[in-house]
Every structure is written in structure tokens, then in C-alpha cells.
Design a protein around this ligand. Structure first.
Ligand code: F6R
Length: 608
């Protein structure tokens, strides 16, 4: 996720660019940059770090141009640095581009452009775009941009500026948001409404495949086939704060709803073209896997819960022994680690102090190390020998949601990748799982489409003081995450138990009316799960089940059931966690809690 802006009019472009970017920093904040057409040349400035670092660089500079573009970055290709910051230019600096998204075929395009003499200065996927424009430019700005768009594959919102066309900005949208704000003698381009709201409340919201040619007093929109599109003006009636949350009441709800895209982006480019194998950017082979006799997965909180699922996946698919530990425990117990150990750390922020320290300790002990993180260039990404990224975009709400689901999808792909290298899975089974994996983003969307029953349960049970979550096998891992979500944002005491453990003590707490959330999706332990459900029902608990669509059995034993779409039992945690996130969210709302900033908690835990 990144934020992009553009301005064309009679006022100084820089003012709007900086103001607009400050409203889009929630979309990315590891570096920022602007470009302003100053007639003779296009002035470009970029700075790693937050927007203030860029403002500092621009301080006292005289930049009077009235057309410009800007960008705030959340790195996906290439770590945060001045060079990798946008805007990017072609060799002659005639064209400047800002981009949000991922150009999937950039490697092939880049190789071809280099062979034709183009010089690249960044590690980004985006830089191919201005060079392609340089290659195709025929004097007609729009036509040349259209040719570029035909060449690139992937997701994007893009804004193009050309030195030779100081009266025009062109922008295009595919899978990433883009709006054109309509002013009086001036127009604005932005990733999102908050950036334009102080200037205008009238906008065109672009659809996928659309291109807008934006001049100071006109906006013309074309579809993929080059035909003119007559669009309705969208009138924004949100206030500025609501706009920043995309119209959602809280960042957490917005991020829950962003999961289909976050998961899709994390899968993207990591499946071979023929759909038969997982391709991770790790370069492992059978010798490497044979050199490992044990895997440690280390993380904290929600990331630790993703680690528990990862253990299950890796042991089941790749047949390697895995231990999972919370970082704050691992580092102080003299772990048995050597050069035959692979240590995998999982961290959304990449800055969690306990996880970082555990990683450093593992390296000191000689382990091979791999980080799974969401933040390119973070301390953990830099410290580990190898790193693979979740592509969730910035997570603002303290309670982790989209980071968790992207971690699950990535550890699933890692396990499958290892299984394919180690030949512990058949070709048919691997293909079957990959086919199902590709359906997960749409199935998450489906799960998100029916929240009313969850709202009702939250209202009904939101004032209970204790809630129990039970499940077996992978359902138990998800139960742990569901209970954590409820605790941290609604302050309800919630505990998760492996269902089989109830009879060893906890059953004493199950009395009339106590809510129990029972996950029952794991076919291999289904009968046993039903027996455990009967145990709590016999004590008059109120049982809400989470089951897979088509399960006609479950309803017989429960008070209510929430069904998620059916998939393989390995992948279903990606779906069952969604109603649990929503249940926690609506319970917190019912209790009037500060959902995005729960008491006593911080987003990035950089203290021990
Ligand atoms: C819970 C939550 C925390 C984090 C934990 C680790 O919703 O967000 O439990 O998962 O603090 O943070 P990262 O993943 O940044 O290392």
C-alpha cells in the first residue's frame, strides 16, 4: 500500500502535494517524494523516513511549478531508501511516475529495457514504467501511456507526468484506489478521499481499467478500450476523520475488510505460471532442507498464533520437526540451537524487541534464520539472513487482523514450498491445494459479506464477563487468536482451550449461560469435537459454533452456527478467524471500548 497525489492548476503544486501526502501517510510511511514540473526541468526530491524528512529537504527551496505529483511509500520491492522512493523517472528525466501496487512482470520488462540501453537506479518494480514510456513515446502522451499499460501486468494506480506536456497529468487504475478531485480551475489526484477533502468534495472514483486525462479545467476518462466514459460525480459527505478510515468507523474494521486484497497480494507472483508449484524468493533446494534437523518458530502475540499454525503446516506437509516459542521465553532458556537449526521469526512490524533479540540470539548460536515480516527494511528484516514479506500494507489498528491472515497464507505457502522441494507431497495434492489457495481471497470476501448474525451475537453476549473458545488441531490455534482478539479490544476475559483438555480441569468453569465459541472444521477430529461440544452443552453453556458450509450435523448440537465457505481443512483457519475478528470488534463496540487503541497496549512493542 502506498499513497499517491497529483495537482494541476494555477497554485503552487507543492502545497497540495505535501498537504495531501500528510493525509495519506496511513497508507505508507517509510519514504516520500514529490516531482514538480518547473518548465525547464522537472524538479524531483525524495527522502527516506516519514514525510517530515522530505519537508525538511524542501525547506527554503523555491519550487513554484503548478503541476506535480507525490508519493508516500510502503515498500514492497526494494528496501526504504532515497533511491527506491518515488517518483521514478526515465533516463532523460522527461517522464515522472508515482505508483501504488505491484508490477508483476517487472523483471522480464526490466531485463529487456536494460538490453535496450536503459539505466535503472532503483530496486523497485515501478521504475520500469517511466522507462517503458520513454521507449513508447511518440509525441502523443495518452497513446504512449496506453501502450505502457498494455505491457504491464499486476495491480496499480499510477500517475504520469511529462515535461513536454505541462498542461496534463494522466492517471490509471487497476486494483488499487484512485480518485480525481474536481476543483475550480484546478484538479487533484489522490489514492484516497482524505487527501482531497480540504479542497473539494466532488470527485470521480475511478474503476479498474480506467484512465483519466486531467487538465486544470477538464477531466476526461477513458476505459481500457480507449472509449470515453461518462462518469457520475461522487459527492463526498464524510468528515475528514471518517474519510481517512475509508468510510469505516474504525481502522480495525477497515483492515478486516482489506483481508481479501492483502491475502491476494501476498499470494501474488508466488505461484508458478502453470499453477503447479509455489515459488518463494528463497532459493532453497533439497540439500538445504536436508541440512536442517529442526525448525524453531519464534514470535509474540498474534504472530505467535500464526507460528502455531505454521508448525502444523510444516510438520504435516514438509515432515520437519517444528517447535514454536514465544520470543520472550525462548531467549532466556538456553535453547538447543546450532547450525542444523532453522529459526523462523514472524513479526508484522519487524521491530518487536523480544522477537528481534531472539533472532539475534539464534544467529549467535549459529542457526540459519528466516524472517516473515510485513515491513520491508525493518530491523528484523535486516537482521535475518533471509526474509519473505507479507503484503498486508500498513496495519494501523493495534489489534492485528490482516497481518495475521497474510502470515497464515505465507506460512502455508512456505510449508508447501518445502514439501515440493523435499518431495513429501504428491504432484496432485500440491496442485489441489494451490487451486484451493487461489480461491481463499474470494472466500474471505464471502465470509465478510454476512455480518448481521455476528453483530447480533455480540450484542447478546457482549456483556458477559467470560467467554471460552474451544477447538481441536488447527481449530484450537484459531481459537487462541479469537480469544486474544476479544480480550485485547473488548476487555472480556476470554480463554481458548484445546477441546480435549476441558475435562482435565476447565469444565468446572462451564456453567449455565456461559458463552462457548466452538470451532468444528477439522474433519480428522470432527467426531471428537462434537463429543466435546456435547460436554459443554450438557452444562448448559450457550454454544456458538463455527463450521464449514454444508455441515448439516453441527446445527443439531449448538445454539447458533456461523458457517464459512468450504475448503481444505488446512486452509480453513483463514476463513474461521474472520467471524472471530468481527465478533471481537462488535463486542468491543457494544461495550463502548476504544477499538483502535485499546487500553495499555501499543502497536509496536519495542521494549522488553
Ligand atoms: C495482537 C497484536 C500483538 C502483536 C505482537 C507482535 O492483536 O497485534 O499481539 O501480534 O505484539 O507484534 P509483531 O507482529 O509486530 O512482532
Amino acid at each position: 500500500m502506498c499513497g499517491i497525489v497529483g495537482y494541476i492548476g494555477d497554485n503552487k503544486a507543492l502545497n497540495f502535494l505535501l498537504q495531501g501526502l500528510s493525509k495519506l501517510e496511513y497508507r505508507g510511511y517509510d519514504s516520500a517524494g514529490i516531482a514538480v514540473n518547473c518548465g525547464e526541468n522537472i524538479f524531483v526530491e525524495k527522502a527516506v523516513g516519514r514525510l517530515d524528512a522530505l519537508k525538511e529537504k524542501l525547506h527554503n527551496q523555491k519550487i513554484d511549478g503548478t503541476i506535480g505529483i507525490g508519493h508516500t511509500r510502503w515498500a514492497t520491492h526494494g528496501r526504504p531508501s532515497d533511491r527506491n522512493a518515488h517518483p521514478h523517472t526515465d533516463c532523460q528525466e522527461n517522464f515522472v511516475v508515482v505508483h501504488n501496487g505491484i508490477i508483476e512482470n517487472y523483471m522480464a520488462l526490466k531485463e529487456n529495457l536494460i538490453s535496450r540501453g536503459h539505466k535503472f537506479i532503483s530496486e523497485t518494480d515501478t521504475e520500469v514504467v517511466p522507462h517503458l514510456l520513454e521507449e513508447f513515446y511518440n509525441g502523443n502522451f495518452l497513446e504512449s501511456v496506453q501502450k505502457v499499460l498494455k505491457k504491464i501486468e499486476g495491480s496499480y494506480s499510477l500517475v504520469f507526468m511529462s515535461k513536454a506536456h505541462p498542461d496534463t497529468l494522466i492517471c490509471a487504475k487497476q486494483d488499487n484506489p484512485l480518485v480525481v478531485g474536481l476543483g475550480n480551475g484546478e484538479n487533484f489526484i489522490a489514492s484516497d478521499i482524505p487527501a482531497i477533502i480540504s479542497k473539494t468534495r466532488n470527485a470521480y472514483i475511478l474503476n479498474d481499467g480506467e484512465i483519466a486525462v486531467v487538465k486544470k479545467d477538464s477531466v476526461k476518462i477513458f476505459n481500457r478500450n480507449g472509449e470515453v466514459v461518462e462518469k457520475k460525480i461522487f459527492h463526498v459527505n464524510w468528515n475528514a476523520e471518517a474519510a481517512e478510515k475509508g468510510g469505516y468507523e474504525h481502522f480495525m474494521l477497515k483492515e478486516i475488510n482489506e483481508q481479501p486484497k492483502a491475502v491476494r497480494d501476498t499470494i501474488s507472483k508466488r505461484i508458478s505460471k502453470d499453477g503447479a508449484s509455489i515459488e518463494l524468493e528463497l532459493g532453497w533446494d533439497k540439500n538445504f532442507l536436508d541440512s536442517i534437523n529442526k525448525i524453531y518458530i519464534i514470535a509474540c502475540g498474534t504472530a505467535y498464533h500464526a507460528g502455531l499454525v505454521a508448525k502444523f503446516y510444516i510438520e504435516k506437509l514438509a515432515r520437519k520437526l517444528v517447535e514454536v516459542d514465544v520470543a520472550s521465553e525462548y531467549r532466556y532458556r538456553n535453547p538447543i540451537v546450532d547450525d542444523k537449526t532453522l529459526v523462523i521469526v514472524i513479526s508484522q512490524s519487524g521491530e518487536t524487541s523480544d522477537t528481534l533479540a531472539a533472532l539475534k540470539e539464534s544467529r549467535r548460536l549459529g542457526a540459519k534464520t528466516l524472517a516473515i515480516t510485513n515491513v520491508v527494511g525493518s530491523s528484523i528484516a535486516r537482521e535475518a539472513e533471509q526474509v519473505i514479506y507479507t503484503v498486508a500494507g500498513p496495519e494501523i489498528a493495534v489489534a492485528s487482523t490482516k497481518a495475521y491472515t497474510t502470515q497464515l497464507i505465507l506460512v502455508f505457502m512456505l510449508a508447501l514450498y518445502m514439501a515440493q522441494i523435499g518431495k513429501t507431497i504428491s504432484t496432485e495434492r500440491a496442485r489441489e491445494l494451490i487451486d484451493l489457495l487461489k480461491k481463499i481471497p474470494a472466500q474471505i470476501s464471502e465470509t465478510l459479506s454476512d455480518v448481521d448474525p455476528i453483530k447480533t451475537f455480540a450484542r447478546q453476549y457482549g456483556f458477559n464477563e467470560d467467554v471460552f473458545y474451544i477447538g481441536r488441531s488447527l481449530d484450537y490455534c484459531v481459537a487462541l487468536e479469537g480469544a486474544l482478539k476479544l480480550k485485547e479490544i473488548s476487555y472480556i476475559h476470554a480463554e481458548a482451550y484445546a477441546s480435549g483438555e476441558l475435562k482435565h480441569g476447565t469444565l468446572a468453569l462451564i456453567v449455565e449461560g456461559v458463552p462457548v465459541i466452538a470451532l468444528a472444521t477439522q474433519k480428522s477430529v470432527y467426531e471428537k469435537t462434537i463429543s466435546n461440544i456435547k460436554e459443554v452443552k450438557a452444562r448448559d453453556a450457550v454454544v456458538i459454533g463455527i463450521g464449514a458450509a454444508g455441515d448439516t450435523e453441527l446445527e443439531k448440537y449448538l445454539d447458533h452456527v456461523i458457517f464459512v465457505p468450504n475448503t481444505d481443512e488446512l486452509l480453513i483457519p483463514l476463513l474461521t478467524v474472520v467471524p472471530l475478528q468481527l465478533l471481537a470488534y462488535y463486542a468491543a463496540i457494544t461495550r463502548g471500548c476504544d477499538v483502535d487503541k485499546p487500553r495499555n497496549l501499543a502497536k509496536s512493542v519495542t521494549v522488553e
